[in-house]
Design a protein around this ligand. Sequence first.
Ligand code: 3PG
Length: 306
Amino acid sequence: MTKVLVATDKPFAAIAVKGIREVVEAAGMELALLEKYTGKSQLLEAVKDVDALIVRSDVIDAEVLGAARKLKIVVRAGAGYDNVDLAAATARGICIMNTPGQNSNAVAELVFGLLVYGARGFYSATSGTELKGRKLGILAFGNVGRNVARIAKGFDMEVYAFDPYMPAKVIENDGVKALGSMAELFGACQVVSLHIPATAETKKSISYELLKSMPQGAILVNTARREVVDEDALKRIFEERPDFKYLSDIQPTINAELAAGYPGRYFATPVKLGAQTAEANINAGIASARQIVDFIRNGNIQFKVN
Ligand code: 3PG
């Protein structure tokens, strides 16, 4: 019998697991569950006899793939797949997929949770600022970026975006002003929200020069990936610009230093929770299960990324 393992260090909501189980069992397959595992050894043991794997940000490296002798497919229930060793998977003939768009509204809503919190002085008694009328720059206009733009319009923000892989026309069709470069976006927008994946090209791409160019009262929001921000640049900007705030859903490696040094200007969630809603879990989890069934039964590789 085909065995599907859900291996999630950060578990899905129970209702999403129930939905995944229904899809898998209705297809005559078996579902196994490994949640909140405490070490890699548990993951290595659990993958031994499985045909398919559903994960979130769990690290699926060459060792895990090597331990999974029967593995044919891994679906990353979410957008970014930088946690999976694609080259090692390809070398072993294992198909890797993601579930684009399924958790993007949840992440976009958290952007505004962070923004209101930051603009209101972290809910202290001090007088804060409003988002209305502020220029918001969205870096990368994918599924999350588009949702951020939609919500920003409700706040009456002026919305700008830059995406090197998206024609300006597509951005403008969403009623958003398309800018020509990252430099233009950071130079024009007081609030910038990051929605780029972590790739060789984007790592440390949020540089000192970009941060320095932001208008007075700058707020950088990161619900994307830790690696895209140059942490040395971040430290320097915090020292040089008392007006600068950084709000993040991913703790930088210098989290303790920033938290201690810049209270009221720096905030990061304790764990990455942008996609941690029942709705996003259901959407991404069930899409993963369906993609696995369709791949095993029909060879459908629509969401293959390797
Ligand atoms: C994603 O890439 O989909 C998001 O970063 C969510 O990651 P998570 O599933 O670990 O919450």
